[in-house]
Design a protein around this ligand. Structure first.
Ligand code: PEP
Ligand code: MG
Length: 576
């Protein structure tokens, strides 16, 4: 009997699957490094030309399958690979070198691709290193086709694929065999294979370092793409636990299906807006008919390793606006810094207290203007709202609004249409902002509370530090009172208050937040139905009374126990 083994990596695409492993290995490609004999160059040139023809045909086919499965935007990578092989100047250079140096086609082609890739491989930046992998993928395809070797992908349906590395093409081709998951030694969350897995809604764990050495074809495995875990030879007990989890996910999905079109209203008639937190456009597919309360844009920077152009942003924001229409989408301007490292040259001692969010935007006005311009141009359907992160003073909002007005004037001059009344809201996540909530409500069109940061700053507890994770307390009395003050500040000037931190995604906390009269909860897609179900089981009068009791308490344990008691008594009997 084999022992159960657990391996960890980076969670790259949500979901859990149980199945048999398929270990995908690629054969080593041998390159002839010897000098050619007189007259052999002709055959080499013909071989490389043929190979490029075959490779182009293959890539065109993969591109078409990919468009069909995951849409044009997610398939751009194949277009880029096709472009490389169509680059006449590059290929003429290869052929010239075969003739002049009397070296094999494989040798010269490999050398030229390596030269192109040299700039990328040294980069510390994920996006650049990804470009290197794309180039190597093209190289391997051409070299393999020169030897007329076929890629063996005889894989049983419903397998979970393990590999040292998966190219985007591998991921797409395997998906035709109803693959149930991907786990790789290499890769990050923004790698193409990860993006494709999310678009296919198949669980994936990447960056597992050596998993391909510890798994064999036919092994029983569990992959948990939400936690970033792979379990090889799971025990009966573990299987039971995961079967239960899969059941829960299925129940959630069918509940979601049932509940998605029902109103999010308390039993006694109070409407509470419920929206989703989204990071990737692909996720909107899953949540049809649902507004987006927080669309983070940092991934555009992280994917590219640099700020995206205005045109690239227009493409992204227009797509998200169309996917969500007629429901609204709140798009947050770049919140870089903190844990989303902006530059590796200047290390900050306290990045969370440093050059972050709106501070970066107001220091790099041309970048901020590009983003605002893209947001305005994408707002023609009138369902886009702009949100500013990390606001800590009234001045910051005023400056941002002045810049927004300047961009609007530029668009007016060029006769470009946009939503003239586009709302400009702010994140409430810094203590100074909640203290000045009333004044800030004069400046902003809406508030959204970012409890992930608000709690870390109020309690002075680093949100990512495991040593003190127990001190990161959403039911701390100081947090409850801060929420109360923010809502009062917003409502005193008639603006809506939403909450988009993770606290909104905790069903237990929903009665507290509704009782505090927060107008909108923006939650993780995976708990959307549970939170909505909780609100539908709730009475506003009970929730308000609960909030009133909590506001008088002075310790976290008192608050938490009261919240748990309320949930057990008032919610559980109706939602089970
Ligand atoms: C928050 O701080 O609660 C929030 C939603 O923003 P982020 O997690 O992106 O900092
Ligand atoms: Mg935040």
């Amino acid at each position: 009997m084999h022992r159960e083994r657990i391996y960890r990596g980076i969670p790259a695409s949500q979901g859990i699957s149980i199945g048999k492993a398929y270990l995908y290995t690629r054969r080593q490609i041998n390159i002839n490094t010897l000098t050619l004999k007189e007259g052999e160059e002709g055959a080499e040139i013909e071989a490389i030309n043929n190979s490029i023809d075959i490779s182009l045909k293959e890539l065109n086919k993969i591109y078409a399958i990919s468009i069909d499965k995951i849409g044009e935007k997610n398939s751009k990578i194949f277009e880029a690979q096709i472009e490389i092989l169509k680059d006449k100047i590059f290929l003429e250079g290869v052929i010239r070198r075969i003739r002049n140096e009397q070296k094999s086609a494989g040798y010269v082609f490999n050398d030229e691709i390596e030269k192109l890739g040299a700039i990328f491989i040294k980069s510390k930046n994920d996006y650049m290193r990804e470009r290197y992998s794309d180039l190597m993928d093209v190289r391997n395809r051409v070299l393999r086709n020169m030897k007329r070797e076929k890629l063996v992908s005889k894989v049983e349906e419903n397998s979970i694929i393990f590999a040292h590395e998966l190219t985007p093409a591998d991921t797409i081709l395997f998906s035709r065999r109803k693959v149930r998951g991907y786990a790789t030694d290499t890769g990050g969350v923004t790698s193409h294979a990860a993006i494709i897995s999310r678009a296919l809604r198949v669980p994936a764990v990447v960056g597992m370092k050596t998993i391909s050495k510890f798994v064999d074809t036919g092994d029983n495995v569990i992959i948990d793409g939400s936690e970033g875990i792979v379990i090889v030879n799971p025990s009966e007990e573990t299987l039971g636990v995961y079967e239960e989890k899969i059941d829960r996910i299925k129940r959630h999905e069918s509940l979601l299906y049932e509940i998605v079109n029902k109103p999010c209203r308390t039993e006694d008639g109070k409407n509470v807006e419920i929206t989703a937190n989204i990071e990737f456009v692909e996720e909107t597919e899953f949540l049809k008919n649902c507004g987006i309360g927080l669309y983070r844009t940092e991934h555009l920077y992280m994917d590219k390793g640099d700020f995206p152009s205005c045109a690239e942003q227009i493409q992204e924001y227009t797509q998200i606006s169309a996917a969500t229409y007629p429901k609204p989408v709140t798009i947050r301007t770049f919140d870089l810094g903190g844990d989303k490292i902006l530059q590796d040259t200047h290390k900050e001692m306290n990045p969370y207290l440093g050059w972050r969010g709106i501070r970066v935007s107001l220091d790099r006005i041309h970048i901020f203007k590009d983003q605002l311009k893209a947001l305005l141009i994408s707002s023609v359907k009138k369902n886009v709202k702009i949100m500013l992160p990390m606001i800590s003073s009234v001045d910051e909002v005023r400056k941002a609004r002045t810049i927004l007005n300047e961009v609007k004037a530029e668009l007016d001059k060029d006769e470009i249409t946009y939503d003239k009344k586009i709302p400009l809201g702010i994140m409430l996540e810094v203590p100074s902002a909640f203290i000045l909530a009333e004044e800030l409500a004069e400046e902003a069109d809406f508030f959204s509370i970012g409890t992930n940061d608000l709690i870390q700053y109020i309690l002075a507890v680093d949100r990512g530090n495991e040593l003190i994770s127990g001190m990161f307390q959403q039911f701390h009395p100081a947090v409850i009172r801060a929420l109360k003050k923010i809502v009062a500040g917003g409502h005193s000037k008639g603006i809506k208050v939403s909450l988009c931190g993770e606290m909104a995604s905790v069903p237990l906390a929903a009665p507290v937040l509704v009782g505090l009269e927060i107008d909108e909860l923006s939650v993780l897609p995976s708990v959307f139905s549970e939170v909505k179900q909780t609100i539908r089981a709730l009475k506003l009068t009970d929730a308000k009374a609960l909030a009133g009791r909590l506001l008088k308490m002075s310790t976290e344990s008192e608050v938490r126990q009261e919240v748990e008691r309320f949930y057990e008594m008032k919610i559980k009997p109706k939602t089970l």
